[in-house]
Design a protein around this ligand. Structure first.
Ligand SMILES: [Mn+2]
Length: 321
C-alpha cells in the first residue's frame, strides 16, 4: 500500500521551486477547475510563476468560473516545458489525456481525493476522506500558512460545492461546512456560485433533459433507474454531450432507487455515468468496464451501441443491488 509523502516534503517541493504547471483531468468538472484556479491564485500570491494546462472541452456551465487573470495553456496544442507539475483531482495519469506522458519530462506532485488513486506522482498527497480536492488545497494552505485571497477562496468553494452537490451528498460532513464557512469569511460568495451553477440553463439543454427523462426506465425491482441519450438527441436539440452534466442525478433521485445510470452515446462509444444512494459501490462496477471514480459516483466508456452496452452494464449492476 503506497503512502503519502510527509507534509514537509510537499512544502519543500513548493518552496524550492518557482515555476509550476498545474494540470487536472480531461472532462473537467467544478472540483477540478476550482482546485486548479484556487491553487493557482494561492501560489501566484506567493510570487510563483503559474501556468494552468487545460483541454478543449470545458462545459458551458463552468464558463462563468474561468479566471481571466490567470495564465492558461491549451494542452492539445503543446505541453509547456515546465519541470514541476502539480496534478489535481486525477486518480491516474491516464486521466491527463494528451499530457499522459508528462512524467517523462517533469517532476509530479499528485494531489487528489479519489480512493482509487494509484500514486503516480514523484510526490503524492492523497486524502480520500476529503469531500473534494478543493478541501485538500484549503487544508494544505492552512497547514503551510499560504495566502488564501478572496479569488482563491471563491474557487475552492466552487470545488467543494461541485463535489458535494451543493452539500446534498453523503460526503458533506461538519468539516466540509467548517471549511466553507472559513472560505466565506475569506470572501467567497456562495450565492453567486449557486446562481451560476443552477439558474443559467440554456433552453437547448432543457430540451435535451426533456427527451432524456421521457426515456426513463425503472428496473431490478425499482432499485435501478436508467436514462439514455442517443446521438440524435444531441443533434435534434442542438446540444453536445457536455450539456448532459448532472442528468444522471435525476435517475438517482427517484424513490426506492439505489443506482441511477446515464448512458450517453458519443463518438462511437457509450459514456456510462453511475450514481448510487446508500450501499452499491459504483466505482467497483465502473472498474469492471475499465472506468473508475467514487463509491457513490463513477463512470466508464464502453465501445458499442446504446442497446448493446446498456444490456451488458445492467446485467452487471443487477449483481450489485
Ligand atoms: Mn473531485
Amino acid at each position: 500500500m503506497p503512502v503519502n509523502n510527509n507534509l514537509s516534503e510537499i512544502e519543500s517541493f513548493i518552496q524550492n521551486n518557482n515555476e509550476f504547471l498545474l494540470l487536472g483531468h480531461e472532462n473537467i468538472d467544478g472540483d477540478c477547475l476550482g482546485s486548479l484556479q484556487g491553487l493557482a491564485y494561492i501560489l501566484a500570491e506567493m510570487d510563483k510563476d503559474i501556468t494552468i494546462g487545460y483541454y478543449q472541452a470545458l462545459p458551458d456551465i463552468l464558463q462563468f468560473a474561468v479566471a481571466e487573470d490567470l495564465r492558461f495553456s491549451l494542452i492539445e496544442d503543446e505541453i509547456p516545458d515546465i519541470s514541476q507539475v502539480i496534478v489535481l483531482d486525477s486518480s491516474g495519469i491516464d486521466r491527463l489525456g494528451p499530457a499522459v506522458d508528462i512524467s517523462q519530462q517533469a517532476e509530479i506532485l499528485n494531489i487528489d481525493h479519489h480512493e482509487d488513486n494509484n500514486f503516480y506522482g514523484d510526490l503524492n498527497y492523497i486524502s480520500p476522506a476529503a469531500a473534494a480536492t478543493g478541501t485538500i488545497i484549503y487544508n494544505l494552505a492552512r497547514e503551510f500558512n499560504w495566502p488564501i485571497t478572496d479569488r482563491a477562496a471563491q474557487n475552492l468553494v466552487l470545488a467543494i460545492v461541485s463535489d458535494t452537490g451543493f452539500f446534498r451528498y453523503s460526503n458533506t460532513d461538519a468539516q466540509t461546512l467548517a471549511t466553507v464557512k472559513e472560505l466565506m469569511e475569506l470572501g467567497a460568495d456562495l450565492h453567486k456560485i449557486n446562481r451560476a451553477l443552477y439558474s443559467q440553463n440554456k433552453p437547448e439543454r432543457m430540451r435535451l433533459l426533456g427527451r432524456t427523462l421521457s426515456k426513463l426506465e425503472i428496473i431490478a425491482a425499482r432499485k435501478v433507474a436508467c436514462l439514455y441519450i442517443d446521438e440524435e438527441d444531441y443533434q435534434q436539440t442542438g446540444t453536445t454531450p457536455q450539456d448532459n452534466e448532472g442528468f444522471v442525478n435525476y435517475a438517482r433521485d427517484i424513490a426506492d432507487v439505489e443506482v441511477g445510470i446515464l448512458f450517453s452515446r458519443e463518438n462511437n462509444q457509450v459514456k456510462v455515468s453511475f450514481r448510487s444512494n446508500n450501499y452499491v459501490k459504483v466505482n467497483e462496477i465502473a472498474a469492471e468496464f475499465g472506468g473508475g471514480g467514487h463509491p457513490r459516483a463513477a463512470g466508464c466508456k464502453i465501445t458499442g451501441g446504446l442497446t448493446e452496452v446498456s444490456k451488458k452494464v445492467i446485467a452487471e449492476v443487477k449483481n450489485h443491488v
